[in-house]
Design a protein around this ligand. Structure first.
Ligand SMILES: Cc1ncc(COP(=O)(O)O)c(C=O)c1O
Length: 426
């Protein structure tokens, strides 16, 4: 039976048998015991499913990954130690030295850095395109060696809404997958696979955990991308892997399983960015209430954005579901129930005013974090985006005086009163 998303948040991924624990068990074990070497050998040959070492996989993680896979409507998923690891693994699973990535320029600063600096050092080139570029401009960014297109469904912190259909169409016309980081709306508010995305990533550190308690990431495969139809571009998936006795992932595990199996058995084996089972357990507690929390985050975000928009000390407000917003039409299409609780805005008076405002907030804390039960705020130019120069900041839609406020689950009346008194103090 296909349950609703609300029910999946609570119960998907783990179904205890008779007399088994009701809550997902934390399998706090690095290793697993087998009766014969032959049994274990089958795991190393990917002939049998199972666990042999928690650097690659752990049952607790797999229960939780299965829940997120169900929420996104995918066929396979895995947890990583962080959102950074999720995006790195998703890209590096199909890119290598000599490959090229097309990415939206409006993405989280850490991911921009990952693509523009660290992957470049590994020989992977990239071209950034404005999220609002025309189809022509987008298509012109592709090269023969392009292997992936990347964007954020709602960008952190610029809050641009990705036209997923436009990006998916261009990616598919060039025979490569679209990877969408869906951290901000979560599958409660947007499911990118329904619009043509092929792989979804998450920083589960944000709304999915939702309590600022556990760092983590996730990669989910839609199972729709036909790797074999573009075998020349994806030799890692479509030719034998000598480190697994000549297995060809796309043949053995099909469209539905190849991407995640390769990512787990190669990248986790060699790089080891696995989520701890303790964190996976905490993440699952967050997921159980995700469908209840997201509407409240949206309600608070909308109320705060509307308040800020009419305030005389505010230069502009970025919140996609404000009718005045540049992305309002895209938001209506992709985010009919709202996006998230993150609002960004610029104060008249730039950096100085921003500093004063933040200092005077009482409920909202200054944190390098978003998407938490407790309201927090940040000036990206001096923190998450400080590696970018002014030109890059402008391209990413993050002017130096921008404030990002992440509306938590408090009462919106109290949040607005706190913001109002901090504005008065400027
Ligand atoms: C949209 C997005 N993707 C990825 C990341 C990186 O996630 P993590 O901090 O869990 O490594 C972040 C972090 O803020 C983010 O906002």
């Amino acid at each position: 039976m296909d349950y609703s998303l609300n029910t999946k948040c609570v119960q998907a991924g783990y179904t205890p048998g008779n007399g088994e624990p009701r809550q997902i068990p934390i399998i706090q074990s690095t290793t697993y015991k087998y009766d014969t070497s032959e049994d274990m050998g089958k795991l190393f040959d990917l002939e049998a499913e199972g666990y042999f070492y928690s650097r690659l996989q752990n049952p607790t993680n797999d229960y939780v990954a299965a829940k997120i896979t169900a929420l996104e409507g995918g066929t396979a998923g895995m947890l990583t130690s962080s959102g950074q690891a999720a995006n790195f693994f998703a890209l590096f699973n199909i890119c290598e030295a000599g490959s090229h990535i097309v990415a939206s320029s409006s993405i989280y600063g850490g991911t921009y850095n990952l693509i523009d600096v660290t992957l470049k050092k590994m020989g992977v080139e990239s071209t950034f395109v404005a999220p609002d570029c025309t189809e022509e401009e987008l298509n012109a960014a592709f090269r023969d060696n392009t292997r992936a297109v990347f964007g954020e469904s709602i960008a952190n912190p610029a809050l641009t809404v990705l036209d997923i259909e436009k990006f998916a169409k261009a990616a598919h016309a060039h025979g490569v997958p679209l990877i969408v980081d869906n951290t901000f709306p979560t599958p409660v508010n947007l499911r990118p696979f329904a619009w043509g995305a092929d792989i979804v990533t998450h920083s589960t550190t944000k709304y999915m955990d939702g309590h600022g308690a556990a760092l983590g990431g996730a990669i989910i495969d839609s199972g729709k991308f036909d790797w074999m139809a573009h075998a020349d571009k994806f030799p890692g998936l479509c030719t034998p892997d000598e480190s697994y006795h000549g297995i060809t992932y796309a043949e053995k595990f099909g469209k539905e399983g190849a991407f995640i199996t390769k990512c787990t058995s190669q990248l986790m084996r060699d790089l080891g960015c696995v989520q701890s089972p303790q964190n996976a357990f905490i993440l699952n507690l967050g997921l159980e209430s995700l469908h209840v929390r997201m509407p409240r985050h949206v309600e608070n975000g909308q109320a705060v954005a509307e308040f800020l928009e009419q305030h005389e000390k505010v230069e502009f407000v970025n919140y996609p579901t404000l009718p005045s917003n540049k992305y309002y039409e895209l938001a209506k299409k992709y985010l009919p129930n709202g996006g998230c609780g993150v609002v960004s805005f610029e104060l008249k008076g730039g950096r100085k005013a921003a500093e004063k405002f933040m200092k005077n907030l009482k409920l909202a804390a200054i944190e390098t974090h978003v998407a938490d039960a407790r309201t927090c705020c940040l000036n990206p130019a001096t923190s998450t985006h400080r590696q970018m120069n002014d030109e890059q900041l402008a391209a990413a839609g993050v002017p130096a005086g921008l404030i990002r406020i992440s509306c938590g689950l408090e009462d919106k009346k109290d949040l607005i009163a706190d913001i109002a008194q901090a504005l008065d103090a400027i």
